[in-house]
Design a protein around this ligand. Structure first.
Ligand SMILES: *Cc1c(COP(=O)(O)O)cnc(C)c1O
Length: 522
């Protein structure tokens, strides 16, 4: 039985809600796996029998049923709609994940992306028939370069992490072109996990740089590690403590003087877009997550897109293909042109075609609907909202870098305020689910204990932020008042309660097998 203690519509408080006969809870419907609701005998389509033909597959043809469950069309629709209602989405409520920028995806973007001239084209179509689409890629590229103050951009990478790979491969190509195979890449300890992973994937030894007590890169420690074997640094700015790396220009100068390159993780560009140009800070390569800064959907909602801007020093090593305006209109520079002599430095190509067209359309719609002043306001409001959350909650929770001045786009809390309560960061996250909020980012960054990282984004209204703050404050006070059960047992209201997350990650069950009972009955 579920203890709710909620008032019913009639004003009667029900301490014990009855278990329903159907297993459903009001309009929240329970749903079994598709293998359990479907049967192999059912099909949603009516196809003619296969005529008697001679197989020409050399015996490789399947001669057993495919063994997938079948459902009629309305059942398929219901199955997936029911499942989707167990999920949480940016279209349902505040999604305070830090370092992820889950912001509203404007519907105007969706409308433009569905125009047939963008939606119904194929990457293998002759370039002459898709001039408008290629012009759109070029226009978006122009604005990305302008906003970053950098001369080149690779549009094809398909996510932030993929963009990091692109940038680091260009850095490696640049060193190799000079016959200088350097071995080490410096990465701050507060870095996003993808940074050291990317450097290691490119064959580099990762050397970590400590943070100062104020939560920024320790410039002196970084300088001490520079040497002739350092290929470059990877620095997130704004960093994952939610702070602006105010010494980035000094860092870049020192790295350049030592013959290295500066990779900037620009996933958090939404905090500085229209305010700061990374090129002015000495950055050589930076990925931009269109699915964060420029509001294209991410996660289950759509593919990511991670264009990479380059400095003049790295531009010759950028990947193929890229768009060029020629006498005959727009053209795509591909391997053939490289073989013919130009762009020999390019490290090659990262994807089959030209990148995420649908995301390019959405990102450019977003830019054009905001304009220069609007984009600047995006950054200002993202920072304002994060500081509002930080200041409203710092008395009830611990804000470890509150002394370092205002934060950027995200507010970082440690678990110090939970000391002695017997309650952990994980328990707080689970209790947030009961309150109807997706948890914030937990236990990251590692520079503070039991981190809780909140990014409200600029698309939340003050009313939404106040409701979120009230909930967090009430939870914090309940935790300190010793309401341990509320936290240890949470979530009470989720379709499933506490799951063994370690087992789910380490030993995922990726296949379904028929329960023995059902088999025996056949
Ligand atoms: C999101 C993020 C990434 C990775 O981007 P993906 O598109 O998820 O691959 C890298 N660094 C930082 C700081 C991020 O926030």
């Amino acid at each position: 039985m579920l203890k709710t203690g909620r008032a019913t519509a009639a004003g009667v408080t029900m301490s014990e809600a009855p278990e329903t006969f159907s297993g459903n809870r009001a309009l929240m419907l329970d749903e079994a796996l598709i293998f359990e609701v479907g049967t192999r005998e059912t099909t949603g389509v009516d196809l003619p029998d296969v005529p008697d033909v001679r197989m020409r597959l050399g015996g490789t043809e399947r001669n057993k049923p495919i063994d997938l469950p079948g459902l009629a069309e309305p059942e398929v629709v219901r199955h997936f709609t029911r499942l989707s209602r167990m999920n949480y989405a940016i279209d349902m409520g505040v999604f305070p994940l830090g370092s992820c920028t889950m912001k509203h995806n404007p519907r105007l973007n969706e409308k433009v992306a569905r125009l047939p001239g963008f939606a119904d084209i194929h990457p293998l179509q002759p370039v002459g028939t898709v001039q408008g689409a290629i012009e759109l890629i070029d226009t978006l590229a122009f604005w990305l370069k302008t906003l970053c103050g950098m001369p080149e951009v690779a549009m094809s990478p398909k996510a932030g992490a993929h963009g990091e790979l692109c940038g680091m491969l260009a850095i490696r190509a640049a060193h190799e072109a000079k016959g200088d195979a350097r071995k080490r890449v410096l990465v701050p300890e507060s870095a996003h996990g993808t940074n050291p992973a990317t450097a290691a994937f490119c064959g580099y030894d990762v050397d970590s740089i400590p943070a100062t007590p104020q939560g920024r890169v320790d410039l002196a420690a970084l300088k001490a590690k520079l040497g002739p074997d350092v290929a470059g640094v990877m620095i997130t700015n704004p960093n994952t403590c939610g702070l602006f790396e105010s010494e980035l220009k000094d860092i870049s100068d020192a790295v350049h003087a030592a013959g290295g390159y500066v990779y900037c993780d620009g996933a958090n560009f939404n905090a500085i877009v229209g305010k700061v140009r990374p090129g002015d800070l000495g950055v050589d390569a930076m990925h931009i997550n269109l699915h964060k800064t420029f509001s294209t959907p991410h996660g289950g909602g759509g593919p990511g897109s991670g264009p990479v801007v380059f400095s003049a020093a790295l531009a010759p090593y950028a990947p193929l293909p890229f768009v060029r305006k020629g006498d005959e209109g727009y053209e795509l520079v591909e391997e053939e042109q490289v073989a013919a002599g130009s762009h020999k430095g390019s490290f090659g190509r990262m994807v089959a075609f030209h990148g995420q067209m649908g995301m390019f359309v959405r990102a450019l719609s977003y830019m054009m609907s905001h304009g220069a002043d609007g984009l600047r306001q995006v950054a200002e409001d993202a920072v304002l909202n994060a500081n509002y959350v930080l200041r409203q909650l710092e008395d009830d929770m611990t804000a470890p870098f509150a002394e370092s001045g205002p934060c950027m786009h995200e507010a970082l809390f440690s678990d110090e305020w939970l000391d002695g309560t017997g309650i952990t960061t994980l328990d707080i996250a689970k209790a947030m689910i009961d309150e109807g909020y997706h948890p914030m980012t937990m236990y990251f960054p590692l520079v503070v204990h039991g981190a809780m990282l909140v990014e409200p984004t600029e698309t939340e209204s003050k009313a939404n932020l106040d409701a979120f703050i009230d909930t967090m404050r009430a939870l914090a006070r309940a935790a300190k008042a010793g309401e341990v059960e509320r936290f240890h047992e949470a979530p009470f209201y989720a379709p499933l309660r506490r799951l063994d997350e370690t087992a789910a990650a380490r030993k995922p069950k990726l296949t379904w097998s028929e329960p023995e009972v059902a088999k025996a009955a056949e």
